[in-house]
Design a protein. Structure first.
Length: 346
């Protein structure tokens, strides 16, 4: 890396600045900050919302542990809410789980399928809590023509296996200038702080080293303008498979097309399957799926987070039993009845 590129990385200019500009255009958000990975983006989002020790954050249990890793780092407590048929947060259960100690809700757009952000946004607004969107698997997903990451604070990942994969890298998006400046002050180099924080005189030399590298930003930029084409192509492929399932070509497997106005990014696909069919080797599910250009996997979440034994070691003892006794029937049913289907080339 040249000295010029090195300073561009510190100041957020060059390809990093260009990437942030492109992300704001694609997502429809006012501000974007390029970060080293998606977990850093979630941590930065919590910082922007002033989430700290003892605060509660409503989250799904049917997700990867990275969704709440940053939450544990800031000393906040996960409060698990149940999911809908689309495997994303059930707004009614979210509303029931919000208390006076709730500081934020993290909605996960799982497998590229958007959570119900319009409804969740109204619930959060009425309760005066922040909405954070985990968009790690959902770059390019839309709700009513509006991109995920524009309803609350968006947290994107460009790690391995994502629609745009640079092996690493994340981006935070927001429409709130104050949140944007908090993220800069706590995660970026002083050169960036001085350049982009309005009326900023003091700099924070203790900021987290979360900035994205120039190499990563260039890698993401090389593929970002093809996002819509990729999503449409994947949608056609998965759409054909869904149509086969709906017509009964796979007995015991059930799937629905996305609802009106919902445009997933098709990271993966997870239909519901009859438990007996899942155990039966005579169904030929694997053979059928592979013939259609896909591969079959286990469900995305083999153990929901509220039942993960490691999590119990990471929260204060007085909360362990409360977490393990969370009543989440749809979440636990999904573990038993969902299979994962991915494109063979992924």
């Amino acid at each position: 890396m040249s000295m010029k590129q090195g300073f561009a990385s510190l100041a957020g200019t060059g390809s990093i600045g260009l990437l942030e500009e492109r992300i704001t255009q694609h997502v429809g958000a006012a501000f974007a900050v390029a970060l080293c990975n998606g977990t850093a983006a979630l941590h930065a989002a919590l910082i922007a919302c002033d989430v700290g020790p003892g605060d509660q954050v409503v989250v799904p249990s049917y997700t990867w542990g990275g969704t709440i890793a940053a939450l544990l780092q800031v000393g906040a407590l996960p409060v698990f809410a149940d999911i809908n048929e689309n495997l994303t947060l059930d707004p009614a259960d979210v509303a029931a789980k919000i208390t006076a100690r709730t500081k934020a809700v993290i909605a996960v757009h799982l497998l590229g399928y958007p959570a119900e952000c319009e409804t969740l946004g109204r619930i959060c607004s009425m309760a005066n809590v922040a909405l954070i969107e985990d968009c790690a698997q959902a770059y390019g997903a839309r709700i009513g023509g509006r991109s995920v990451g524009s309803f609350g604070i968006g947290c994107f990942s460009f790690g391995a296996g994502k629609l745009i994969s640079a092996g690493d890298g994340g981006v935070l998006t927001t429409n709130d200038r104050e949140q944007y400046e908090k993220v800069l002050f706590r995660t970026q180099h002083p050169l960036r702080q001085l350049r982009d924080i309005r009326n900023g005189s003091a700099v924070n030399q203790f900021a987290l080293n979360y900035r994205m590298s120039e190499r990563t930003s260039r890698s993401i930029l090389s593929g970002i303008d093809d996002t819509r084409t990729k999503v449409e192509s994947r949608g056609r492929q998965y759409g054909r498979l869904i149509e086969h399932i709906r017509r009964g070509r796979l007995q015991g497997v059930f799937a629905e097309h996305p609802g009106a106005g919902v445009s997933p990014s098709w990271h993966h696909f997870s239909p519901r399957i009859d438990e007996e069919a899942f155990r039966s080797e005579s169904m030929g599910i694997k053979k059928f799926v592979e013939a259609e250009g896909f591969r079959i996997e286990r469900g995305y979440v083999p153990v929901p987070l509220h039942l993960d034994p490691v999590l119990k070691k990471l929260v204060p003892e007085r909360y362990r039993e409360l977490i393990s006794k969370a009543i989440l029937p749809a979440t636990e049913a999904a573990v038993r009845t969902r299979i994962g289907i991915a494109l063979k080339k992924d």
